[in-house]
Design a protein around this ligand. Structure first.
Ligand code: ACO
Length: 320
């Protein structure tokens, strides 16, 4: 038994923050952000919206594309770094919204690699017969934990959600998944606090901290290795890949991976210019963009990859 992607969906909040807008917030320029990251604009959640709201829009978008009854979903996994609450999980909050009862629902926290982790887990549920149809989502409201006085990070992160529905299939869809972590790098990309640090004022002011340049070098090297690992596990050549759908952190990191694959940029899905880095939402958002605009077609081979805080990294090779 294999799993295959039935349908994709996504959602971006209405508010757009451009590089020019950021010039009025911190000491930066459109030119610096464009040249160093590739980002031109990003979407920011409305004050009254939560991660679960974004996840619900993306989920309904995918359910509509799949044209299935939500009651047939028997597993819900939400990858997020910015859950609505400490508990219940965002997946349980979403399950309630979708009026689905009884099936397992849980969150996965692997920062920018979260969606690849969630897909890996859902694929294993299906392969073992524990589920038949899974809703897998990456959703983030990262703007809520961005330090808007830190020009080295606030220009990067953004909000959004992407979803896929995968189902059991006799034909291979998800060919392989590969997930890794090395917690010894935790301090290079982290938040300045968490539950341990809750003071009398409650859980307030948790902000992203990143040593960008060190993360950059690790990301390029590690993603190069995971490309090799994925191809070798499937006995495939670089030329067998039709599409690279990478985590959208920085155009220079994406281009380095494309170069490693000897892939022309027209076979690389890039949304970073419009979406910024939406962490766990970035890969499913990019996937849905290229599925809906007709670039990715049934039967094509797609390599998904991601790298993020932890450090965590992973890939999925998919016959769409
Ligand atoms: N505007 C203008 N100047 C800036 C800005 C800015 N927004 N940000 C930094 N600079 C300056 C720095 O202060 C520095 O100045 P100095 O030389 O006078 O000290 C200079 O630009 C170069 O800074 P670097 O940090 O070396 O710049 P770099 O080329 O590495 O780009 C960036 C920074 C974009 C953050 C890059 O390192 C990067 O993309 N890192 C990886 C991010 C990533 O992949 N994260 C993993 C996923 S995220 C997750 O898991 C949540």
């Amino acid at each position: 038994m294999f799993s295959r992607i039935m349908a994709t969906g996504s959602y971006l909040p209405d508010k757009i923050l451009t590089n020019q807008d950021l010039e009025n917030i911190v000491d930066t320029t459109d030119q610096w952000i464009t040249e160093r990251t590739g980002i031109k604009q990003r979407h920011i959640v409305a004050d009254d919206q939560s991660t679960c709201d974004l996840a619900e829009f993306a989920a309904r978008n995918a359910l509509e594309a799949a044209d299935i009854d939500p009651q047939s979903i028997d597993l819900i996994i939400v990858a997020t770094t910015t859950p609505d609450r400490v508990f219940p999980s965002t997946a349980c909050l979403l399950q309630q919204r979708l009026d689905i009862h009884g099936c397992p629902a849980f969150d996965v926290q692997a920062v920018c690699t979260g969606f690849v982790y969630a897909l890996d887990i859902a694929d294993k549920f299906i392969k073992t017969g524990a589920a038949k149809r899974a809703l897998v989502i990456g959703a983030e409201t990262l703007s809520r934990i961005v330090d808007w006085t830190d020009r080295t990070t606030c220009v990067l992160f953004a909000d959004g959600a992407g979803a896929v529905i995968i189902e059991a299939s006799e034909e291979p869809g998800i060919l392989s998944t590969h997930i890794h972590a090395d917690g010894s790098f935790a301090e290079l990309l982290t938040t300045n606090g968490g539950i341990t640090d809750v003071g009398p004022d409650g859980l307030d002011n948790i902000l992203i901290e990143m040593k960008g340049n060190e993360v950059f070098k690790m990301a390029v090297n590690t993603l190069g290795r995971i490309v090799d690992e994925t191809l070798s596990a499937n006995n495939m050549q670089k030329s067998d890949i039709d599409w690279l759908v990478p985590h959208q952190a920085n155009i220079r990191i994406i281009n380095a991976t494309a170069k490693k694959l000897k892939m022309s940029t027209d076979h690389v899905v890039t949304t970073v210019q419009n979406h910024g880095n939406t962490s766990a939402a970035s890969v499913p958002l990019a996937l849905d963009t290229a599925v809906r605009d007709g670039r990715i077609k049934r039967g094509e081979t797609i390599l998904l990859e991601a790298f993020g805080g932890g450090f965590t990294w992973g890939s999925a090779l998919i016959k769409y």
